[in-house]
Design a protein around this ligand. Structure first.
Ligand code: NAP
Length: 264
């Protein structure tokens, strides 16, 4: 299937590692031109070297910016070239008790997880509407619906994205611009691998046993009963931001292996 992405320009927030990096690789495979992002010049440069090794002819640039810092975001917006596709991927979480979650914790997760996408969309959506073509895709989480008790602040930010995304989609009425949100479940990123390895060591278990335990005891509602791979999530993100996904707009697309239940 040709996703018709050749020559399209894409910005992916938080893309030097994890799902964002997988999305960057998949866009390059499809012939898109990408701008990646991480907090530091060093991490962006390292990721660009990795990507160029696999895609020597790929058009790859990078902008270092920290979405928890307003000035850094302003500087990013100044440097950002015109783009066809915006992937609002960056997201941070802190597993902690509600009672120990400080105002600063709430504020930081809100800035990075919600305001990153708000600021980027405010910057790029007018031009997309003028061009009568564009894609904005937000990356939420199954936590938006499940709201685990140790991740309340994170879950609130991920639920907020659904409202922001739906509201922006309403602004695209009658145009060829779409705004959607994907809702991934537990995904085997480097971060998840690190978390499982640490937990396994503490519990004297293998990493495989730790992963099985997670689905048997924690994410019991998952129908998939395993972590999704980064590629599985990245493939869907790239499809839903491609020209051929034109009929999907204002949607929340579940990629959570059935964990959130319901028939819609
Ligand atoms: N992994 C999961 O199981 C899962 C499940 C559901 C939803 N999600 C969502 O999917 C998205 C990606 O998750 P992930 O697990 O791939 O994340 P991750 O591995 O923790 O992401 C790391 C990336 O985010 C960048 N980053 C972190 N803080 C940043 C900041 N303040 N400003 C700019 N960049 C920043 C890092 O850049 P540097 O290190 O280079 O600075 C790196 O590129 C998030 O929105 C997350 O909430 C993940």
């Amino acid at each position: 299937m040709d996703l018709e992405l050749k020559g399209k320009s894409v910005f992916i927030s938080g893309s030097t590692a994890g799902i964002g990096f997988g999305v960057a690789q998949t866009f390059l495979k499809e012939g898109a031109e990408i701008v990646i992002n991480g907090r530091t010049e060093a991490s962006v440069a390292k990721a660009m070297v990795q990507l160029k090794a696999t895609f020597p002819n790929g058009k790859i640039s990078g902008i270092a910016a920290d979405f928890s810092n307003g000035e850094s975001v302003c500087s990013l917006l100044h440097q950002l070239p015109d783009i066809d596709i915006l992937i609002n991927n960056v997201g941070i979480y802190r597993s902690q008790s509600f009672f120990e979650t400080t105002d600063t914790d709430w504020h930081q997760q809100y800035q990075v997880n919600v305001m990153s996408g708000v600021r980027l969309a405010r910057h790029v959506l007018p031009k997309m509407l003028e061009n009568n073509w564009g894609r904005i895709l937000f990356v939420s989480s199954e936590c938006a619906t499940l709201v685990p008790e140790n991740l309340i602040a994170y879950s609130v930010t991920k639920a907020s994205l659904l409202a922001v995304s739906r509201g922006l989609a309403q602004l695209t009425k009658g145009s060829m611009v779409t705004v959607n949100t994907v809702v991934p479940g537990s995904t085997m990123t480097e971060g998840a691998e690190h978390f499982l390895t640490e937990w396994a060591q503490k519990e004297n278990k293998t990493v495989e046993e730790a992963a099985t335990h997670f689905f048997k005891e924690v994410r019991t509602s998952s129908l998939l009963q395993r972590f999704a791979s980064v590629a599985e999530i990245a493939n869907s993100i790239v499809y839903f931001s491609s020209p051929i996904a034109a009929a999907t707009n204002g949607a929340a697309i579940k990629l959570e292996g059935g964990s959130t239940g319901g028939i819609l």
